[in-house]
Design a protein around this ligand. Sequence first.
Ligand SMILES: C[S@@+](CC[C@H](N)C(=O)[O-])C[C@H]1O[C@@H](n2cnc3c(N)ncnc32)[C@H](O)[C@@H]1O
Length: 219
Amino acid sequence: MATTIERILSKLAKQSELERSGKSQAASGEEMLAITYDTGKLFEILLIAMKAKRILEIGTSVGYSTLWFANALVYNNSMESINIKPIITVEMNPSKIKRASENFAEAGVENLIEVLEGNAKTVLHDILKDFKRTEGVQKTDGLFDFIFLDADKECLTEYFDMVLPILRIGGIIATDNMLYPEEYRGFMSEYANYIRSDNSVKTVTVAIGNGEELTTKLF
Ligand SMILES: C[S@@+](CC[C@H](N)C(=O)[O-])C[C@H]1O[C@@H](n2cnc3c(N)ncnc32)[C@H](O)[C@@H]1O
């Protein structure tokens, strides 16, 4: 039987499909722009396999991908082990934050997710500052197992440099839209070249959904 999270995921997947097929049209700036079902499933499997406890997401929209993360963490029973919310997700559009928060509450996982409102670069800067301040204390606990980059594509290399120090060794950075839509190709190939020149990571583009880059940190 489907869990409450799975029911909300399925409702949002239908809404996303209607938008993608053009059968329903969201107001400009209010589109879901969500990952595909297959991508969500892939992330869920990775998160369960790696026994993930902490996740950072850049680009919440209305929370579809975030709910896949929450589903995996509930399965992992990861939410009890630390006294901070295990998922941090960043979004700059207040009306999307409102919709995401409603979806999280409806799915019963609002206690697992901290939504940070603001421009990703500013918010990441604050997270890093916080991390450096408490580095001695939390050393490994403070690190993320999985970081999802799914906001503005022109800033990807900067986001990569900012998040790499707060990813644990063996953790994964996933990046959406490596293959589609085609209008992003320029930014995505610049990003792909950039991360391939970093010998502290191994990375591959997986042809699932809109194309996912999966990058793991070696040291
Ligand atoms: C592709 S959507 C995220 C979709 C979501 N991850 C999912 O799969 O359900 C990208 C989101 O990033 C937000 N965004 C874009 N640039 C941003 C920035 N610089 N800072 C914070 N949020 C940003 C947009 O408002 C949009 O909601």
